[in-house]
Design a protein around this ligand. Structure first.
Ligand code: HEM
Length: 520
């Protein structure tokens, strides 16, 4: 039989072609909706609620302008006449768009709307009173890979389960037992780098580099206890791993780039495998009871119960691996940042340096290491640490995501919108802190000091259920380290120092922090 065209093949072909066209149309329509129509609809929605911001640009959102503002700001140091007025440099995009669009405004992170909220009252709603409507923001896969799938990156029930397991490990009474170890570590650091090199004279040290050793050693001991030496190897590799993350974060993100077998990527994969292998071996030993110690360490850690012994009975090997990666990541750069800025601020304000030193000598003596009983008596030092965290919060912002449509300050925030809370902007706000908001004045944190009483005016460690679990550890380390440095040296900024705080995940000095120490 002959047909003018190859029936039934032509029917099938036509149907297939039509289906392919339909799929293509649907895919293109969806893509266009995600990248163009939805952002425009959301823009109009927010405008109706009086919330405006830089207009949405196809695919890139506000990213190109944001990067331009940040790069431009980082090309100039902070103004010498107001050195602590660093918000326009650190969060240049916030500073710029706030002037144009008001305190609550919106920007576009690609095609995702990001609402900027900097009123303490609204932040309180997001973190505390209406926290169930907001979820922790999903970090980029590259950052998650380095940070580890630990507390910082978990959600819902799994986060709650882990937080419950880990909370007792970070109890202040447990952590206080670390004080002698922290003191000995800082004493060794001083002897090796400052006291011996200075030999009666002066020595210049880049404190942004130098301080890194303390959190690294403290987290290693707190996590691994008696198995500190094995832990050190893991965390040394993790240090290298994290340095690639910081480097990657400072570059423009290219989707899929991390899967290419470049020299650096191959090293990152190798490090990842090695860290997992070592931690896996260690954890399996710990869980089968075939390990040296774990539990209470009566040696270096003065009887502190290490984090491993809280995790081993309750978590799988993989979970422990991810959690330890997370501790290392969350605890190292943040503390280094705090110590660096406190030292820089004290070098700039010698009156506070002298006052804090007198207190340290009164409480701890001319030579002795600080003890856990000394710490609450170091009031001036506590005020200095708080004032540093206010002006130079290591984590400059927090991000949440609306789980569902939710009312915030009279604006209906659609599900999926990200909420960015710029910690540094709240800390520098003259309406919250008064006319001297950008001056270094630790006295505002005195018991009878004049400071805002509203919740979330001061939140260097975040707030609500997801408040920093490591804050007690950080404050212990910071007080002991600064007390020892003050007790044994006078210091001032090197002429080579340029005051240029910038944020690369964590707030750090763009050109390092060279400080001149003179042993006392
Ligand atoms: C000066 C030092 C530190 C600062 C300023 C700091 C700041 C913060 C902030 C702001 C958050 C909340 C993030 C958010 O809600 O989005 C946070 C969470 C967290 N921090 Fe810290 N941190 C410091 C030290 C540490 C240390 C020493 C550790 C542990 C070893 C640590 C572990 C964590 C963890 C695990 C979380 C996630 C908690 C959760 O989501 O349940 N931090 N930190």
């Amino acid at each position: 039989m002959w047909w003018p065209w190859p029936w039934p093949w032509s029917w099938q072909g036509t149907a297939l072609t039509a289906a392919a066209w339909l799929c293509l149309h649907v895919a293109v329509a969806r893509l266009m909706d995600a990248l163009w129509w939805r952002p425009r609809r959301l823009e109009r929605h927010f405008a109706r609620h009086g919330v405006r911001g830089p207009g949405y640009r196809f695919f890139f959102g506000s990213s190109i302008e944001l990067i331009r503002l940040m790069v431009d700001a980082s090309s100039r140091p902070a103004p010498p006449e107001a050195p602590h007025d660093v918000l326009p440099r650190v969060l240049a995009f916030y500073h710029h768009w706030r002037k144009l669009y008001g305190q609550m405004h919106m920007i576009w992170f690609g095609s995702t709307p990001r609402l900027i909220v900097s009123e303490p009252e609204l932040i309180r709603e997001v973190l505390l009173s209406r926290a169930e409507h907001f979820d922790r923001y999903e970090a980029h896969p590259l950052i998650r890979q380095f940070e580890g799938l630990g507390l910082s990156n978990l959600h819902g029930d799994e986060w709650a389960r882990r937080r419950k397991i880990l909370t007792p490990a970070f109890h202040v009474e447990n952590l206080k037992l670390l004080v002698p170890f922290v003191g000995e570590t800082v004493q060794r650091m001083l002897e090796e780098r400052v006291l011996s090199s200075a030999a009666g004279g002066e020595v210049e040290v880049d404190v942004a580099e130098w301080y890194q050793r303390l959190p690294q050693e403290a987290i290693t001991l707190a996590t691994f206890g008696r198995n500190y030496d094995e832990g050190s190897v893991v965390f040394r590799l993790q240090g290298e791993h994290a340095s690639y993350a910081t480097e990657a974060h400072s570059k423009v993100f290219m989707p899929g780039y991390r899967f290419l077998p470049t020299r650096k990527n191959r090293r990152v994969w190798q490090l990842d495998r090695e860290i997992r292998r070592l931690l896996g071996k260690f954890v399996t030993g710990l869980q089968s009871g075939d390990h040296r110690g774990g539990g209470r360490d009566h040696g270096r850690a003065g009887g502190m119960k290490d984090f491993m012994s809280f995790m081993a009975p309750a978590m799988t090997a993989d979970e422990i691996i991810e959690e330890s990666k997370n501790f290392f990541f969350a605890g190292k750069e943040t503390l280094t940042s705090l110590l660096t800025w406190a030292t820089v601020a004290l070098a700039m304000h010698s009156e506070w340096q002298d006052r804090a030193r007198r207190e340290v000598v009164d409480v701890c003596g001319r030579r002795g290491l600080p003890t856990k009983d000394h710490l609450p008596r170091l009031k001036t030092l506590g005020m200095i640490v708080n004032e540093t965290l206010r002006l130079y919060p290591p984590a400059v912002a927090m991000i949440r995501k609306a789980k569902r449509d939710v009312d915030l300050g009279g604006c209906v925030v659609p599900a999926g919108t990200e909420i960015m809370m710029p910690i540094m902007a709240v800390h520098h706000d003259a309406e919250v802190w008064g006319a001297d908001a950008t001056e270094f004045n630790p006295a505002r944190f005195a018991d009878d000091g004049d400071r805002p009483r509203q919740q979330m005016a001061f939140m260097p460690f975040g707030g609500g259920g997801r408040v920093c679990i490591g804050q007690n550890l950080a404050l212990i380390e910071a007080k002991v380290a600064l007390a020892l440095v003050l007790q044994q040296c006078e210091f001032r900024l090197s002429p080579a120092y340029v005051h240029a705080p910038r944020v690369l995940m964590i707030l750090n000095p763009q050109h390092g922090a060279p400080v001149i120490f003179r042993p006392l």
